[in-house]
Ligand binder design. Sequence first.
Ligand code: PAF
Length: 286
Amino acid sequence: MTGVEVVETVEGLRSRLDAERATGRRVGLVPTMGFLHAGHASLIDAAAADNDVTVVSVFVNPLQFASDEDLADYPRDPEADMEVCWLHGADLVFAPSVAQMYPEPGVPDIEVGDLASSFEGASRPTHFGGVARAVSRLFDIVGTCRTYFGEKDFQQLAVVRQMVADYNIPVEVVGCPTVREHDGLALSSRNAYLTAAERREAPVLYRALMVGAAAVAGGETNPDTVSMLMAEMVGSATTGELDYAAVIDPDTFEAPPRIARAGVRLLVACRFGRARLIDNMAAVPA
Ligand code: PAF
């Protein structure tokens, strides 16, 4: 039993939040798919610190999983989620059904643009379209608010920011730093899929990013060299299947010709058995 109110209907949430805004209270929204960990908790902390009313949405969005992905197995623990929400100062949990989220078939797709075509968009071609449908629907239901996304899903954060700008959506998007385990592994609900042996190997993603960032800090300006160093590090420490190790301009998600003073973003994605993990880090010349 916690003091967090659970709302399951769109009408229920809208009327509750309209009443809050009518008295001048500011709303913060943390969109999640549940199975909350310390990374989500940090988003709830940030929302609760900045706003008067904090809503955490918990919805495992079927539209962002391809048919061969892990929708059926996606980890769920509603009771533990309520505890995390309560401990971190959330006021409301919005837990809609699929019918509440998507009542009308045939709604036109959200245009996700070029930022969504590479990396995660290339490996998971329907993913960002599905994310955009869920997130735009949540923004429509919640209304004017600040919303909190983790930098761990760096491309998702960029796609959401772009969507907000393109569609003039009245929300302010706040990016929050990645939360890591003691050995550098970025927190992710999908870490639950790792076997003990894979869990020992998975921090190699963080080490690869550190190697890349150190090379950039040390004066390396060739993005291909930095990508190669990261790929070598991953290859040296795991039999996991590297998807990409890349150096990008964070505004365009394209490889820059040279690494300039403003710096770059380093991206990695690797499959360890059932778990496909992603991570990223800023890299700036010293
Ligand atoms: O990052 C996630 O958990 C999901 O992609 C999101 C933003 C909640 C949309 O379903």
